[in-house]
Write a protein that binds this ligand. Structure first.
Ligand code: NI
Ligand code: MN
Length: 226
């Protein structure tokens, strides 16, 4: 399995059979190496409705025929845009042909702002546990540090955890380092930093304070192989 990072919260997972794109915010993401027209995923997973996570989901799903998997209300909105979507709730898991998806809690907010500036309710924000080929990825989405990350760590053998470190909207580096202790993944990859001025961070500083697991700081386009 190849897992690559593409700036902000964009993560791509390539299994032997499927390509899965998480939070494909490409247009407006100055840090990404991806181009919307080139993306042909089989599946798009969304953590929550904010525009810097939904990003180019509808356009990519239309051109690729990708299934979108998201929390129920967000899936309904995406489906209203003419794309096939599968809605789920926090704590539920579902076995798809490409792997198992389970949404976990995230302490954040969730809404989508349309081009007309209408604000759409998109349900609860979430983190994602994705398991395929005996590997488990945790994408925390946007979240504060919370104690039940210990529960997620105790009940799942996480190979790689993507954790926000940007601060301001999510955990900062110190809280994210504590999250790594609770989640006990083999590898942590910091995300959701440097995209906008309020979330400027030095990921090397984050790496220095994480004592409990390996930290891999990935530039856009770089990947970890499992
Ligand atoms: Ni957000
Ligand atoms: Mn965000």
């Amino acid at each position: 399995m190849q897992i690559s990072y593409h700036g902000h919260s964009v993560v791509k997972v390539k299994t032997n059979t499927h390509t899965i794109l998480i939070d494909p915010f490409i247009n407006g993401n100055s840090l990404t190496d991806l181009h919307v027209s080139e993306e042909k995923p089989d599946v798009i997973l969304l953590t929550h409705g904010h525009n810097d996570h939904v990003g180019d989901t509808v356009e990519i799903a239309k051109q690729s025929g990708a299934l979108v998997v998201a929390v129920f209300e967000l899936a309904n909105y995406i489906s209203s845009q003419g794309v096939s979507a599968h809605g789920m709730g926090l704590g539920g898991s579902y076995t798809f042909d490409f792997g198992v998806v389970k949404f976990t809690q995230a302490f954040h907010s969730s809404s989508y702002t349309t081009a007309e500036n209408d604000v759409i309710y998109t349900g609860m924000p979430a983190g994602i546990l994705f398991t395929a080929e005996n590997k488990t990825i945790y994408h925390a989405g946007d979240t504060a540090l919370f104690g039940d990350m210990k529960l997620i760590g105790d009940r799942n053998d996480i190979d790689v955890a993507f954790l926000p470190i940007g601060d301001n909207f999510t955990m900062g580096p110190v809280d994210a380092a504590y999250a790594a202790e609770l989640l006990k993944p083999k590898v942590v990859v910091p995300i959701h930093y440097d995209t906008f001025p309020p979330i400027k961070q030095d990921p090397i500083d984050f790496k220095k304070i994480v004592q409990t697991c390996e930290v891999q700081v990935l530039k856009a386009g770089e990947s970890v192989q499992f």
